[in-house]
Design a protein. Structure first.
Length: 128
């Protein structure tokens, strides 16, 4: 039985962090739509670190959808540069390696992959 896709987002204003939890078989269009809705609700989304929790997800995010999201993100940025941290929590070593395949799409992000939420949060909590 396939688990239905679900994505939730939570904005932590105190930590300037957005947490995305993804579960089920990944629906790239729904995932990207959630990201856009979440980021569009913030005046300066680039000022937030991000944590993506894929531990309960299956499948991959479509690279073409990521390219389209990257175009939206850069349009939203304008000419700004920023430095934020992105922690991605995955459930297997292969996905851990795949995390950096999008690095060129988001050159201002400092991206790290983790196998546990605790490690990801510790890394995000440390000063840049």
């Amino acid at each position: 039985m396939t688990v239905p896709f679900k994505v939730t987002s939570r904005i932590d204003e105190d930590r300037k962090r957005i947490v995305f939890k993804i579960a089920g078989y990944i629906d790239s269009d729904a995932l990207i739509a959630n990201w856009i809705d979440t980021y569009a609700s913030l005046a300066e989304p680039w000022a937030y670190d991000r944590l993506f929790d894929y531990r309960r997800a299956d499948g991959l995010v479509d690279f073409g959808a990521l390219e389209q999201f990257s175009a939206w993100w850069h349009d939203r940025l304008g000419n700004r540069t920023y430095a934020s941290k992105v922690a991605v929590v995955v459930n297997n070593p292969l996905d851990q390696v795949r995390v950096n395949t999008v690095a060129a799409l988001f050159p201002y992000d400092r991206r790290e992959a983790f196998m546990s939420i605790h490690e990801a949060e510790n890394w995000l909590d440390k000063a840049p």
